[in-house]
Design a protein around this ligand. Structure first.
Ligand code: HEM
Length: 433
């Protein structure tokens, strides 16, 4: 039974087109038009409850009565089990395999490795920018983020994975991203071809991992443990792919958005660069506290442009969320976009405020922000991500002046994480010292 008067009909044009092509623009519009209100959405494949209020989001994410499972829809049937898609005991076992490794990464190491990888990325981008300006940033930032996570968490040199591996993963996850939360009809002719492509690429990635397995094991005690684990629920390739993608795509997305915002604010950018240039090269962990303005940019970018804009759950029994009665099997989406724009917690929540988080430091689990989720499925990589984002931004600002190529933001794209449809293109000019 539904207790809200009306649902938003996403089955008729133009909303039905937007829902398929640019669902994030709908999430942003709803967050603005109906702030803090949970809304039912009528979609071609049934009703979804979109949770926009912090109370409802907390109810579902904290999940104290264990009524909600993670929803991975068709995505699960394509990829199978991994820490990201498992529920219940299987999830606990898989979590216990990778959690100690992720949480034992030291901040010093994050700074050191990120610095090397992003400095290399900035140099590559500057070289491209001399030939083609503006330059499309996503690919090089993705590569740096992947190399950072590969080394920090998996303990491997990203070169071992080979040049095509990340490209294949990206295409693979982009094709299946909507399957995480939209029910995709896998029998539909259009989807049959996509699925075929997905399967080919999964096969290619799996074959590659099988081929280099001995090398990976010899490089990394963590991978050695995974490869020899007796956990029945573990699929070696799935787990590696999941950890890599969860760790790099999101962080790269946050860096792209923060750079977009900095590119639009010359005076803020100059102020932060002046602080950065006071710090001797290379920057160390202690130096990050000397650039509170840059830490604030990272947090505000995560608030306004959460790399994971929505998360999906499904009720395993009857329950209640706020005014809405929920039947077993009902799917709900937590709009992280909307919760992060809660006007009770943030003044002028719709505007990007460079000073909003100044002085709060790189605090994990900011109570009113849900960019890293919450509850027992909260992101285990948030400390790595926060330190990596600030280190990466510091490298960009020390080495480049960033300018926008186009004031108007292109539509959103929600592949693996929140991006711009045409990629993040910016003008990069070397900083002269
Ligand atoms: C800015 C960067 C990041 C953002 C915004 C982010 C966001 C999230 C969110 C929202 C979830 C929870 C999804 C849900 O509740 O359904 C999650 C889960 C997860 N994240 Fe992150 N993440 C980031 C970086 C990382 C990094 C660096 C790692 C490192 C390996 C990582 C590994 C994971 C894993 C393994 C999970 C699954 C947790 C579980 O269910 O056991 N993430 N992330």
């Amino acid at each position: 039974m539904r207790t809200i008067d009306s649902a938003i009909d996403l089955c008729v044009p133009p909303l039905s087109d937007d829902w398929l092509l640019d669902p994030c623009s709908i999430f942003y519009s709803l967050a603005k038009e109906l702030p803090g209100e949970d809304v039912w959405l009528d979609t071609a494949v049934g009703q979804l409850l979109l949770l926009q209020s912090s109370e409802s989001a907390n109810r579902v994410l904290l999940n104290k009565d264990r009524v909600f499972d993670k929803y991975f829809g068709a995505h699960y049937s394509v990829f199978g089990l991994s820490r990201l898609t498992a529920n219940g005991d299987a999830w606990r076992k898989l979590r216990d395999l990778s959690q100690p490794k992720i949480t034992s990464v030291t901040k010093e190491n994050v700074v050191a490795i990120s610095q090397l990888q992003y400095r290399a990325a900035v140099n590559r981008l500057l070289a491209k920018a001399t030939r083609q300006c503006p330059v499309e940033m996503d690919e090089d930032i993705d590569y740096a983020a992947a190399a950072t996570i590969a080394e920090l968490v998996l303990g491997i040199d990203s070169e071992t994975l080979g040049p095509d591996f990340l490209t294949d993963l990206k295409i693979l996850f982009s094709l299946t991203a909507a399957m995480n939360w939209q029910d995709i009809d896998l029998e539909h002719p259009q989807n049959v071809e996509t699925l075929h492509q997905v399967k080919l690429r999964i096969q290619k990635c799996r074959s590659k991992l099988a081929e280099i397995r001995p090398q990976l094991i010899s490089q990394s005690p963590f991978i050695d443990d995974l490869a020899h684990s007796d956990c029945d629920d573990l699929d070696f390739a799935n787990e590696l792919i999941t950890l890599l993608v969860a760790g790099y795509e999101t962080t790269a997305s946050a860096i792209c958005w923060a750079l977009q915002m900095l590119a639009r604010a010359t005076s803020e950018q100059n102020r932060i660069r002046a602080q950065l240039l006071e710090i001797p090269d290379p920057i160390g962990l202690d130096d990050l506290d000397k650039i509170p303005a840059l830490q604030a940019v990272a947090q505000e970018a995560l608030r306004m442009f959460p790399p994971v804009p929505v998360v999906g759950r499904v009720a395993n029994s009857q329950t209640q969320i706020g005014k809405s009665a929920i039947q077993a099997g009902q799917r709900v989406l937590v709009s992280i976009i909307a919760v992060n724009q809660n006007s009770g917690a943030f003044e002028n929540p719709l505007s990007f405020d460079f000073n909003r988080f100044e002085g709060t430091g790189l605090r994990q689990n900011q109570p009113m922000l849900k960019s890293f989720g919450s509850g027992n499925r909260v992101c285990p990589g948030q400390q790595i991500a926060l330190v990596e984002i600030v280190t990466a931004l510091a490298e960009f600002l020390r080495m480049t002046n960033i300018r926008v190529a186009n004031q108007k933001l292109a539509p959103f794209s929600f592949g693996v994480s929140l991006r711009r449809k045409s990629g993040h293109s910016l003008e990069l000019h070397p900083v002269s010292r």
